[in-house]
Ligand binder design. Structure first.
Ligand code: ATP
Length: 485
């Protein structure tokens, strides 16, 4: 029976109907931008520095992709730095991590030390001088101290009289989601919006309000309540309704707050299949100092899979055909005798996957993840763009959109974690939770305070202008500097 089903899988692969999954470049979907999204695009095209915020699924990332295109037209490709706070965030917008762009290592030491580091590194110094626009995604995971230090570096290296030395900064993120990873004590004021330079950094800060990821009003209301950390009786009832007491359907991806639970579930499930397990080892190239950063990309060092394994794509391959980061499926077989890929699997094989949302069986070829130093690729990793998907960590899922999830919240910790987990899903039907208790829902009071500062403008859009007093002050500095020249 097993061999018959495998023969069918192989036959279907051979048939003309089946298309190889490997594609050149993911196409970008065209969106009809909302008025609030258009306002942001307008500001950016005028050369303003902006912060784009809003709940999960309000289109911050897709808007940022459009902004990047716009900025490249204005400033030239090589003068736009596209960065994310983490490897996963950077990958999503085809950029580099903010740390690698900045050339300041982990950003330890005082600002003076960081400037010496940048000045001593020819490439980093050139990057800071050349860049005209700096894009940062998922800012919630960057701490205030680091944000201030980067502004200081930019100023010192370029032009002391201007914020960020005159760079147009475009920053995006939602502070109600995951806070800085290394943050030890969030009561000490470590959110980026608490940076001394924060308000001065932006001409205008926007909060997007139209949620696209979910259409169900009940679910949107529930997620908004969780985001603010204030659920009512109706929300509790809804959470009760989506609570699962029995072992969850194994085909639904499970999210855990902690990595050890993720590894345990994936390992157990893989072994319980009792099939031959194949190992794909990532092939890394580049100088050691850059290769180390490949550990931050989402592609695994070692991928272990067998027939029947639940897997998830960890790269956008072809969004138009739904081959996107987060697409789940099952390994149904392996294509044998593929010598060109022996470098990552000594068995010379490639996995064949049946995806949940796309009919047919698909061979998954290796992809490349690149670490950029400005415009130059300095290290790359070749690996199959899959990871085991019976379970995932909540940190890995920030930014994803999924049809179904089961999240075990019994070990949830910190601010925003429950919100990030639950807000990935498109509809209530796809949401299953366990281990929930209301005390796990936490929104930091400082974050709530920060968002209270946004006010509706005459068009009803939420924004926060740089206050007139500080604007006047910064203009004066520029004027003085101009005279002195
Ligand atoms: N103007 C638009 N019209 C239609 N769909 C949109 C629009 N903007 C965004 N979307 C869709 O909304 C969904 C969420 O978008 P996106 O991932 O950019 O949100 P996000 O705000 O970055 O979310 P998160 O904070 O969770 O990362 C995507 O499926 C995207 O295609």
């Amino acid at each position: 029976m097993k061999s018959i089903s495998f023969s069918i899988a192989t036959y279907r692969y051979m048939s003309t109907k089946t298309v190889n999954l490997k594609v050149k470049l993911p196409g970008r979907k065209r969106f009809k931008w909302t008025d609030e999204q258009k306002q942001v695009l307008d500001s950016v095209s005028k050369g303003q520095s902006v912060f784009i915020s809003g709940s999960a699924g309000t289109g911050k990332t897709v808007l940022l992709e459009q902004i990047i295109k716009q900025l490249k037209k204005i400033h030239g490709r090589s003068r736009v730095a596209v960065t994310g706070s983490t490897g996963v965030a950077a990958c999503a917008i085809r950029g580099q991590t903010l740390h690698s762009f900045a050339g300041v290592g982990l950003g330890e030491g005082d600002s003076r030390i960081l400037i010496d580091t940048v000045v001593g590194d020819r490439c980093a110094y050139r990057r800071w001088n050349k860049v005209r626009a700096l894009v940062i995604d998922e800012i919630s995971m960057i701490d205030a101290n680091f944000f201030d230090k980067l502004e200081f570096v930019a100023k010192s290296v370029r032009d002391e009289s201007k914020m960020w030395g005159g760079i147009q900064v475009v920053v995006s993120g939602d502070f109600c989601q995951l806070p800085p990873v290394n943050s030890k004590c969030l009561d000490m004021g470590e959110y980026a919006f608490e940076a001394e330079c924060w308000d001065q950094s932006f001409d205008v800060q926007f909060e997007l309000t139209t949620v696209f990821r979910q259409a169900d009003a009940q679910l949107i209301k529930l997620l908004q309540s969780i985001r603010k950390g204030e659920i009512d009786q109706d929300d509790l009832q809804l959470l009760e309704k989506v609570s699962v007491r029995t072992e969850p359907d194994p085909s639904i991806p499970r999210f855990f707050p902690r990595n050890d639970d993720v590894c345990k579930v994936n390992r157990n499930r893989l072994e319980s299949l009792g099939k031959e397990i194949y190992v794909f080892l990532a092939l890394d190239e580049g100088a050691d100092k850059w290769k180390r950063q490949l550990k931050n990309v989402i592609a695994l060092d070692e991928l272990e899979i067998c027939i029947g394994a639940r897997v998830m794509l960890n790269k956008n391959l072809d969004p138009r055909r739904k081959f996107v980061n987060g697409a789940t499926g099952t390994v149904v077989g392996f294509k044998h005798n593929v010598p060109s890929f022996q470098d990552i699997c000594k068995c010379h094989i490639l996995p064949i996957v049946e995806f949940d949302s796309v009919p047919g069986h698909w061979i998954v070829e290796p992809e490349e993840w690149v670490v950029m130093n400005g415009e130059v690729a300095v290290a790359k990793r070749k690996q199959i763009p899959l990871m085991l998907a019976w379970a995932l960590s909540i940190h890995k899922c920030q930014g994803m959109t999924l049809d179904r999830i089961h999240t075990d919240l019994s070990r949830a910790f910190g601010y925003g974690m429950v919100y990030v987990a639950l807000s990935r899903v498109r509809s209530l039907d796809g949401l299953h939770i366990s281990g929930f208790c209301p005390s796990k829902i936490k929104a930091h009071p400082k974050v709530l305070q920060f968002y209270k500062r946004f006010k509706k403008d005459e068009d009803g859009n939420l924004r926060l202008e740089r206050d007139v007093a500080s604007k006047a002050c910064s203009k004066e500095v520029i004027l003085l500097d101009y005279k002195s020249i």
